[in-house]
Design a protein around this ligand. Structure first.
Ligand SMILES: [Zn+2]
Length: 559
């Protein structure tokens, strides 16, 4: 096992950010990487992220799986994996999986953050957006991995062997870009009614073919999915604001791209495209190992739209299990020697309206008192400062920023006052200032034991983080008013959002179950060791996990 000497890498990260190219990896003087592919190493790494697939729903549905998930439970099973940081959102979570680094080092501290130096458009910056390419009046953004500060496993593989192929597909741009990184041979994600790629790139023939198949399906629509018998007890309507959830079946009306997205069909299409890319790119047939990252987004969309405990999630996971089974069978048919890792970018939590009926009466929706607008009004009045833009955030929890032109003394007073005001709110657990978080050492203990300050430290990066962070109490959902399509969410520092399964599988491996806590940042070092890739010491926050349940040791010398 090796641990990061964070000071030296921090210097490198900061240096990289001052330069026009932000990847540390791309800087001159970056440490060398080498590879000696061991005899019998797999020829293809398949890294799958199921968006919002919590350890809780894995445990709940595990006994029902008969397809792809069932196969993976025969491998090395870590049911208590952790996205160990506090900011349990999609972009930070995906940034940990193949970089082996926590968001503190990937720079992806949230799905979006405030950058007050931005001069075109709003100050909110999306994690997978190249702000320098913004144009006035445009409602769209240019997708890019520009904010990712560390290399991915695929980039390390290409650095060692330029012939290695690094491919990523996803239902979301940030899923594909954070798993693929800067140097991606092919990258596709879902947008509107089709798969698209980076600006300036042409769609490959496979993506064109997949889009044509989806066009046909969208043109005619599709019937509802059947309800498996064992989903019956979850098939009950719950009212959340104007939305009724719990009994959905995902019938697809002709022409409705959004209904396609929030359904098992999106994952099926993403996996279809992945198989087509395996053929087009001849993955697993190369002289050196290749990597295919697949981020499956429908579980997250279903979770946000209908929660985790309705008939909808039951149908979604049943269909996903079958789609994964078909995907693995397609790889088998091609005779490829592949290793799979499957995990999630974060966990999830059900909607308060259903939780109230199911023994969690303390669950609640956040009230408006903790909003930055309410805070700005109160503190602006107290100090005679203009309230507009005094305190900024991208939601009623997580990072908050103070207007940047305030002097340090005023900023200090405002942080103290904001902390006192917010912590008096019964829905707020704690407010931590950036100074408090920065002074907290990066934790080195098992992730289930971390304090909230340590969780915050793991997703704190001074380049992007706010002046303070607000954590709501366990069970308080940061959606003040539910609406159709958005009733439940994740993003908290609590374990229902941090805990995710981590499953490794390869044909013929000696499987085992390890219930102790491990981290998603352990995935990249484990896979690197498996394919003989020698990464410089200190490049990972994670450690190598020995994936052999017997006397063998897949970590070799690096353990
Ligand atoms: Zn997500």
């Amino acid at each position: 096992m090796f641990r990061v000497k964070s000071l030296s890498r921090y210097a490198a990260v900061l240096l990289a950010c001052a330069a026009p190219v932000v990847s540390v990896f791309a800087q001159d003087g970056a440490p060398a990487v080498s590879q000696q592919v061991p005899a019998g190493a797999p020829k293809l790494i398949v890294a799958i992220s199921i968006d919002q697939f919590s350890a809780d729903i894995f445990a709940q549905y595990r006994q029902r799986f008969t397809g792809g998930f069932a196969r993976l439970t025969q491998g090395a099973v870590f049911p208590a994996g952790f996205q160990s940081h506090a900011a349990t959102e999609t972009c930070p979570g995906h940034s940990t999986i193949l970089t082996g680094n926590r968001p503190a080092h990937t720079g992806i501290i949230a799905n979006s953050w405030i950058d007050q130096s931005v001069t075109t458009g709003p100050k909110v910056v999306y994690c997978a957006e190249d702000v320098s390419k913004r144009t006035a009046g445009s409602k769209d953004y240019v997708a890019s991995p520009v904010h990712l500060l560390v290399p991915t496993l695929g980039e390390w593989m290409k650095k060692a062997n330029p012939a290695a192929r690094n491919i990523a597909v996803s239902g979301k741009d940030r899923g594909a870009l954070m798993m693929g990184g800067h140097d991606i041979d092919q990258v596709y994600w879902w947008k509107g009614k089709q798969f698209v790629t980076l600006a300036g790139r042409e769609l490959g023939a496979t993506a064109v073919a997949e889009n044509a198949e989806i066009d046909k399906l969208l043109a005619k629509g599709a019937p509802a999915f059947p309800l498996p018998a064992w989903c019956g007890r979850q098939d009950r309507a719950v009212q959340a604001g104007t939305a009724t959830v719990g009994t959905g079946r995902f019938a697809l009306k002709a022409g409705e791209g959004d209904q396609f997205r929030v359904s098992p069909r999106l994952d099926r299409a993403t996996l279809d495209l992945a198989v087509k890319l395996v053929d087009e790119q001849k993955l697993g047939k190369n002289s050196v190992p290749d990597i295919l990252a697949v981020s499956l987004s429908a579980t997250d969309y279903v979770g946000h739209a209908t929660g985790t405990e309705g008939a909808e999630m039951c149908i979604q996971l049943t269909q996903l299990d079958m789609a994964l089974g078909d995907f693995f069978a397609s790889l088998d048919k091609r005779g490829i020697d592949y290793v799979v890792v499957l995990t999630a970018d974060h966990g999830g939590f059900d909607l308060p309206e259903r939780l109230h009926e199911q023994a969690l009466e303390k669950s609640a929706r956040v009230n408006s008192a903790v909003s930055p607008e309410a805070l700005s009004a109160t503190l602006g009045k107290k100090y005679g400062l203009e309230a507009k833009g005094l305190i900024l955030s991208d939601g009623p929890s997580g990072d908050y920023w103070l207007r940047r032109d305030l002097d340090p003394g005023t900023k200090g007073k405002l942080v103290d006052d904001a902390k006192a005001l917010l912590e008096a709110d019964p829905q707020v657990e704690v407010v931590l200032s950036a100074a408090e978080i920065a002074a907290t050492p990066m934790p080195t203990t098992s992730p289930e034991t971390w304090t909230l300050a340590e969780r915050a430290r793991a997703s704190y990066n001074p380049l992007h983080s706010g002046d303070f962070v607000v954590f709501l109490k366990r069970g308080v959902v940061p959606i003040p008013a539910p609406r159709a399509g958005y009733v439940a969410t994740h993003g908290s520092p609590w374990d229902y959002d941090r805990r995710v399964p981590i499953l490794f599988w390869r044909k013929g491996m000696t499987g085992f179950e390890q219930p102790s806590g491990v981290e998603t940042v352990d995935i990249a070092p484990s896979l690197a060791a498996l394919i003989g890739l020698k990464i410089p010491q200190g490049a990972f926050d994670g450690r190598c996990l020995d994936l052999d349940g017997g006397t063998g040791n897949t970590c070799g010398a690096v353990k």
